[in-house]
Design a protein around this ligand. Structure first.
Ligand code: ADP
Length: 204
């Protein structure tokens, strides 16, 4: 049976980059964010139907996929709206994660889940929690370089996420991503060897 490591961290901490490093080592990687995007891009999907029923047609763009800008503004202004959106998406994401899990056979795999710390349902589906940590200024700088988001928007996203203290309190393992990409690769390799050792199947 494959053991699953939950990989998380604040926005811009480098979790996707860390996930790519695990993937380069042939570790199975499941991306909860990609699943969420796929659920809300597929025109006519159950997720989009439920979102339209709950939030009205403004939540759907002309092309039929999710109106991301509209929903992003809504969930920043209204915590209840965020909870209602999560109540629609999380069960569908969990279902798809389970489906993908069943397609892999390895000593261990990684599930990248941005909101792992904030969400007990996600914590229950992993054996260990690996947190990628990085100071706030570097995270801000990296996200603004990566995306079109303003400093104000990145700070607003950070404010909705768990704090560094909450993340480290719940972490089983931590990677400090303050150095170069090579440093990150080395840190991932170290965890990889540790997980292989911990979760290797006994020889029959
Ligand atoms: P997250 O998935 O946690 O939001 P990413 O993995 O997308 O963060 O990293 C944010 C940005 O910073 C990306 O453009 C990524 O390539 C870059 N990045 C991550 N780690 C490093 C690093 N150690 N050195 C330089 N750039 C990095």
């Amino acid at each position: 049976m494959t053991a699953w490591i939950g990989l998380t961290g604040g926005i811009g901490s480098g979790k996707s980059q860390a996930a790519a490093c695990f993937s380069a080592l042939d570790v199975p990687v499941i991306d909860a964010d990609a699943i969420s995007r796929q659920l809300t891009e597929t025109v006519g999907s159950i997720a989009l139907q439920q979102i339209a029923d709950t939030f009205g047609n403004d939540a759907i763009s002309v092309s039929g996929s999710l109106n991301r800008a509209y929903m992003r503004d809504l969930v920043f202004q209204d915590k209840t709206a965020r909870q209602r959106l999560e109540a629609i998406l999380h069960p569908l994401i969990l279902e798809e994660i389970q489906r993908q899990k069943d397609t892999f056979q390895a000593a261990y795999g990684v599930i990248e889940i941005p909101t792992l710390i904030e969400n007990l349902h996600f914590q229950r589906i992993v054996s260990r929690i690996l947190v990628v940590e990085c100071n706030e200024i570097s995270r801000l700088y990296r996200v603004m370089q990566r995306s079109q988001l303003s400093e104000q928007m990145v700070r607003a996203i950070m404010a909705t996420q768990a704090s560094d203290a909450q993340r480290t309190a719940i972490a089983d393992d931590i990677i400090y991503n303050e150095g170069s990409l090579k440093d990150l690769q080395n840190a991932v390799l170290e965890k990889h060897l540790y997980y292989l050792d911990t979760f290797r199947q006994p020889e029959k």
